[in-house]
Design a protein around this ligand. Structure first.
Ligand code: GLY
Length: 353
């Protein structure tokens, strides 16, 4: 499968991934190689990863606890301290082997340790393969607020090895699939049509490659999210607020990122019909597609009010306005749409119908 290369970062797939990694390690002559894992990737992914490395490097494994609740500055402090205790210098590299928590947090730790050391992302979840690990966004949550602290900094490379997907359960796979559906909604109607009725496992490599191609094209045009890159946040304005709310709530089970943004995409689809003229048949298509794949959540009035109040922390906000990405139609996004609060209640009413 062809690598996707650009000036800032390259993504290598499957058998080419390890060739690229070994070439890089040979040429870059790092003083030390650190590998960041959680307890799951330590057990299931590290044994697949280590034998693929040919160089005789001095490796150190750093393990953090899995889960979004650990994606915070205390975990970063622990990793910075371990790096320091193990004498990581500026010629060290951090390889992030894991899902979005590991690649986001590890990227941030590497970008700030001694003002920045190299890092490589090796995503092990579908979500991280098609979204989190690509594009250089790094960071951690602030309390329950998603990704409030971070920097944009590109990894040396991203290695997508689909064999790691065999370590995941169905719920995790569906969570990543939501980001792939989003790529269809914002850029490519025929991709949406391909994905929406389900795909065969044999096709997954090709589809991941297509999703990374879409994301990479957007990121290349607008790496620091001044404009176009915001389209990657379709479904995320409400989706992140829902995810944050469920993370903190004692009454609800937490939602996976993809489950939360699936709801966000239905809600923002309804807003798109009201404000951007998204055709009703497109909205029904969106609602049915997500409805078939993801659990339907019931929201009380208190839930909705709290979720709406969390929107003021969204990173796309400017000058006190909440800016949404909506759709004119499937494949055609609209940026920076401001929305009155009472319309948001209408979106939740539609979702719950
Ligand atoms: N996850 C959205 C972005 O990378 O811009």
């Amino acid at each position: 499968m062809k690598s996707i290369t650009s000036e800032s970062c390259s993504v290598h797939f499957n058998e080419f991934a390890f060739v690229a990694l070994n070439d890089h390690l040979e040429n870059a002559s790092y003083s030390k190689v650190f590998i960041l894992v959680d307890e799951n990737t330590h057990e299931h992914c590290l044994p697949k990863f280590m034998p693929a490395i040919e160089q005789d490097y001095d490796f150190e494994i750093i393990e953090i606890e899995s889960g979004e609740e650990n994606k915070n500055i205390s975990t970063c402090t622990r990793v910075w301290e371990v790096l320091s205790e193990l004498n990581a210098d500026r010629k060290s590299i951090l390889i992030n082997l894991g899902g979005g928590v590991i690649t986001d947090l590890g990227g941030f730790v590497a970008s700030t340790y001694k003002r920045g050391i190299d890092f490589i992302n090796v995503p092990t979840t579908l979500l991280a393969m098609v979204d989190a690990s690509v594009g250089g966004k790094t960071g951690v949550d602030l309390g329950s607020l998603k990704n409030q602290v971070g920097v944009i900094n590109q990894p040396e490379m991203v290695l997508v090895v689909s064999d790691f997907l065999n370590t995941l359960d169905e719920r995790q796979l569906q969570s990543g699939f939501a980001e792939m559906l989003k790529h269809g909604l914002i850029q490519d109607r025929s991709y949406w049509n391909t994905l929406k009725n389900g795909v065969d496992a044999k096709e997954i490599d090709q589809l991941i490659h297509h999703s990374v191609t879409i994301k990479n094209k957007v990121v290349l045009q607008d790496p620091t999210e001044q404009g176009l890159r915001k389209i990657l946040n379709y479904g995320h304005t409400l989706g992140h607020a829902i995810e944050s709310y469920f993370l903190e709530s004692l009454e609800h089970e937490s939602l996976l990122h993809g489950e939360a943004i699936a709801i966000g995409m239905v809600l923002e689809g309804w807003l798109s019909m009201q404000l951007q003229g998204l055709p009703e048949e497109d909205l029904i298509d969106i609602k049915n597609t997500f409805g078939k794949r993801y659990p339907t959540v019931s929201f009380s009035k208190k839930d909705i009010d709290t979720i709406i109040s969390l929107l003021r922390f969204d990173k796309k906000n400017s000058h006190g306005n909440i800016n949404f990405v909506l759709l004119n139609q499937i494949g055609d996004p609209a940026l920076d749409v401001q929305i009155e609060e009472k319309l948001l209640h209408g979106a939740f009413a539609y979702y719950s119908e």
